[in-house]
Ligand binder design. Sequence first.
Ligand SMILES: [Zn+2]
Length: 301
Amino acid sequence: MKKEELQALQPQIYQSFQVILQQGRLAHAYLFSGDFASFEMAIFLSQAIFCEDKIAEIPCGQCRSCRLIERGEFTDVSIISPQGNTIKTETIRDLVKQFSQSGFESNQQVFIIRDAEKMHPNAANSLLKVMEEPQSDIRIFLLTNQEHAVLATIKSRVQIVPFPKNLLVLERLLEEEGVLKTQARLIARLVASIEEAKQLASQKSFLELMLVAKKWIDVLVKQPDKAYLQVGSLVRLVDEKSDQVRLFHLLTLLLAERMTEPIVLIYLENLQFAYLQWQGNVSLQNALEYWLLSTEKQVKG
Ligand SMILES: [Zn+2]
């Protein structure tokens, strides 16, 4: 990602780090909370450390080091992601060991750890221990979208920087990628990261789901009986569990946009129950049908 793009996505954070870099005050360990351009910021800061052609401490983005870092191929910048559901202690220990053995020649090292809440406590301890050794020059960027799940012992030893979702910028970004304005609005509200937004925007099946769901909600508000008969048209578009979760989010958002109509509030409230039923292994079709029937009964009764 170009620094101009990063700057547009997180203008305040970008500016703060610009000042921090220029004053040489970059901390040794950060926790970036929220997925919105946090990884890109970690890459940018790594470039700022290793760039061969900095201008006022800002990395050029062009030199060999900058390019290798961007591609995730620079030896002194390790990017660690969980394998399955955990970041293994051995993974971190191996890295730390490698680093300790490398001597003083290249004592600058950056660790970028994605989904840091999945790091085993022992792994976190190894990392924090080596960070606090006086001769080492290690920077650690922990990234998480679930700050509440990060161990308190870690949080107390790092600087926490929130990376909030910037809806307007995200919408604009999607529109620039050719997504329609109304669709960009919905996708921006649905997703938890830029990656996810771009992924959804490029998925034909999801774009179709949005269209069908929007039409279906229109029918629901005017002719609930007809909507009941069309539940299947929604269900057939979402086979995977993860897509079904998305459908619930999508219906919630679409209903929320029509809150001026009194009946919508009841549908919205009851949709929570349908979601819980579905989580409890009721089929999607049955959960949605029961949702419609019970709401109708409530309205008439
Ligand atoms: Zn550079």
